[in-house]
Design a protein around this ligand. Structure first.
Ligand SMILES: C[S@@+](CC[C@H](N)C(=O)[O-])C[C@H]1O[C@@H](n2cnc3c(N)ncnc32)[C@H](O)[C@@H]1O
Length: 242
């Protein structure tokens, strides 16, 4: 089994933008989600994007006037973010997202952890630590936004094979194998090369987080929580610091 960082470095990183539908479409989708969030941040407000990837949310936020610190453990995705951000105020930081406090220079207005990044944390203790740290750093009225897939209810039989994206040169399919607290995500990639079709498979572990358990932890840490539908079947929790 790969660690999350290895899985992104060897398997998903090089095809991530393609998997997300291409940079332009993904940034457009990110902008729609940022609009839907309707964060009442003043221009110039500091926002942290944890597990920012190539900037699907960080770049639209910066286009709306925020100053964004984008933290990710994938150097490859941050390279793409740096190319896409142009002159926008998005600072790319290659670090573990649990260390986000080392990269705070000014009080953040919002902390985002979106696109199923929360489930990449190693265990529920890490989830709790992240929520505690976000609660400690956000001012009253500040928001923590989390969007993630609810793997708490297992899919069965053929439902566990999920077509992610395909075109004439690539097919990406995901297969889910359930454990008690986690799900093993097998990413099966077929690529058409000069020699014909080649297949590569890699898997990593994601947490089976239930929205109710997360809402409970957020409320215990001083957040009022709004639950809403996120993008592509995800759950979105908008947690405002009391
Ligand atoms: C599913 S992607 C989501 C990316 C982005 N938030 C989006 O919505 O497109 C998960 C991202 O989290 C990053 N990641 C996972 N675990 C991490 C960790 N512990 N520290 C920093 N980044 C992490 C991965 O490298 C990847 O870019």
């Amino acid at each position: 089994m790969s660690t999350v960082a290895e899985h992104y470095e060897r398997h998903l990183g090089p095809i991530y933008v393609w998997m997300a539908g291409g940079a332009e479409a993904a940034l457009q989708a990110g902008a729609v989600e940022i609009e839907a969030l309707n964060l009442p941040a003043a221009r110039g407000a500091v926002v942290l994007d944890l597990g920012a990837g190539f900037g699907m949310h960080a770049i639209p936020l910066a286009r709306k006037g925020a100053r964004v610190t984008a933290i990710d453990s994938s150097a490859e995705l941050l390279r793409t973010l740096t190319e896409l951000r142009g002159a926008l105020p998005v600072q790319a930081v290659n670090d573990d997202l649990l260390s986000f406090q080392s990269h705070i220079a000014e009080v953040p207005y919002a902390i985002l952890c979106m696109g199923d990044t929360f489930t990449h944390l190693p265990d529920f203790g890490a989830v709790e630590r992240l929520i505690e740290r976000a609660s400690a750093e956000l001012p009253p009225g500040g928001v923590l936004v989390v969007s993630f897939r609810d793997y708490s209810v297992p899919l069965s039989w053929e439902e566990r094979f999920i077509p992610v994206r395909s075109d004439e040169a690539r097919i990406l399919t995901c297969f889910l194998e359930y454990e008690a607290e986690a799900v093993l995500v097998h990413d099966i990639l077929h690529e058409h090369k000069a020699e014909g079709w080649q297949t590569r498979v890699s898997h990593y572990r994601k947490l089976r987080l239930s929205p109710e358990r997360l809402i409970d932890r957020l409320q215990s840490n001083g957040f009022n929580v709004r639950r809403e539908p996120g993008m592509r079947g995800m759950v979105r929790l908008v947690a405002q610091r009391v």
